[in-house]
Design a protein around this ligand. Structure first.
Ligand code: SF4
Length: 368
């Protein structure tokens, strides 16, 4: 697997999807047989993954099943939920107690673990001992928005690997720098992003956006910079991504990055929209849109709303396979709308591409 590649698979069965990606990558070839493997999901709160806050237990079950089928049986699931919740409760509510029992893997509550100070450049950071003792770390974050850092994915997911007292201190330090430096101390070997239905704006969930995708890579900076674009941001807008790149944790997406899609994005959306998503959907004419495409558009509209630009859109945006081969006036999103007056290319496009396309079309309209 190349460090500068991201593998993407679309679908609605994360258990099956991750099995397909891991066998395509033959990931076991990079893991010694007796390695102690840690899986770090995002169980920030005790809410099921359908809330958009936490990692799907089906995805983690798929990872464990694959590893065990290749004789890698020394596996632990590790997490330390946020200060307002107990990890033990999150393990139970999110379905991880059941997984641990079924696959005979251990659950490690990092809120209760011992910890030690580690040096990263000019910073000392307390990190839980169980994480340091791992031979191989699989970081399994959720692709979602965050009210303070804009996005949260692989780099920020490691904040669950420090004691509660250190989490408090991270906030006093503004989050970005300590998150980046924490990733210098803890090496992620594999990132598996749960992009099935991460939240629109908040790490604690509430407005899940169905995207039906899983991303896999080895570089957490590369993954986070690509996820930033999927969520409608330029990587340089997320301070901790830039700091992490500057201290050598990894590299941001660049012209030679390969995005390898293992299948097309043609999954139908079936998630009932929340009130916030319905509000954004008022700006959309949708006809049989794939979930990843529609999710990108909703995230793009949310970003434009934050910038005060949404109210400048005076016509609905068209999206979906139902517009394929049809010419139409106005704006379309995705290659299915290529015969529209204005069409934003991509199949599916990222939220960042959609934002740029919509801003360009607004400027064209004002110039007319
Ligand atoms: S462009 Fe069309 S086919 Fe491609 S993801 Fe969007 S809706 Fe689906």
């Amino acid at each position: 697997m190349l460090n500068n590649s991201i593998y993407v698979i679309y679908g609605q069965d994360p258990h099956k999807m991750i099995g397909e990606v891991l066998s395509a990558l033959q990931i076991e070839q990079t893991i010694p047989e007796d390695a102690l493997i840690g899986i770090k999901p995002n169980l920030v709160v005790a809410k099921p993954s359908t809330s958009g806050a936490t990692t799907s237990p089906l995805l983690v079950a798929g990872i464990i099943e694959y590893l065990e089928s290749k004789g890698r049986n020394n596996i632990a699931i590790l997490e330390g939920s946020w200060i307002g919740d107990r990890t033990a409760r999150a393990f139970e509510v999110c379905g991880y107690t059941e997984i641990a029992h079924k696959y005979d893997v251990s659950l490690i509550d990092l809120q209760k673990d011992s910890y030690r100070l580690h040096q990263a450049e000019s910073m000392e950071i307390a990190v839980c001992d169980a994480v340091i003792h791992l031979d191989y770390l699989i970081n399994v974050p959720v692709l979602k928005g965050h009210c303070q850092t804009k996005i949260t994915c692989a780099l920020k997911n490691l904040k669950g690997c420090i004691p509660n007292s250190e989490k408090r201190r991270f906030h006093t330090l503004g989050l970005h720098k300590p998150i980046a430096y924490l990733n210098e101390i803890i090496t992620t070997d594999l990132v598996v992003v749960d992009g099935m239905m991460g939240d629109l704006n908040f790490e604690e969930g509430g407005n899940p956006v169905q995207m039906d995708m899983i991303l896999v890579g080895t570089d957490p900076v590369l993954i986070d910079s690509y996820v930033a674009e999927l969520l409608g941001y330029a990587p340089e807008e997320i301070e901790y991504i830039k700091i992490a790149e500057s201290i050598g944790v990894g590299n941001c997406v660049n012209q030679s990055t390969e995005i390898i899609e293992l299948n097309p994005a043609h999954n139908r959306k079936n998630l009932a929209p929340t009130r916030e998503i319905e509000r954004l959907a008022q700006y959309v004419h949708e006809l049989d849109a794939c979930s990843a495409c529609y999710g990108s558009l909703i995230r793009a509209l949310a970003r434009l709303d934050e910038q005060g630009l949404l109210r400048q859109i005076h016509e609905k945006t068209h999206i979906g396979q139902g517009y394929r081969g049809k010419s139409g006036k106005g704006i379309g999103v995705g290659s299915c709308t290529r015969d529209f007056d204005i069409s934003i290319p991509g199949c599916p496009p990222t939220a960042k591409e959609i934002i740029q396309g919509l801003i360009d079309s607004m400027q064209q309209t004002t110039q007319r």
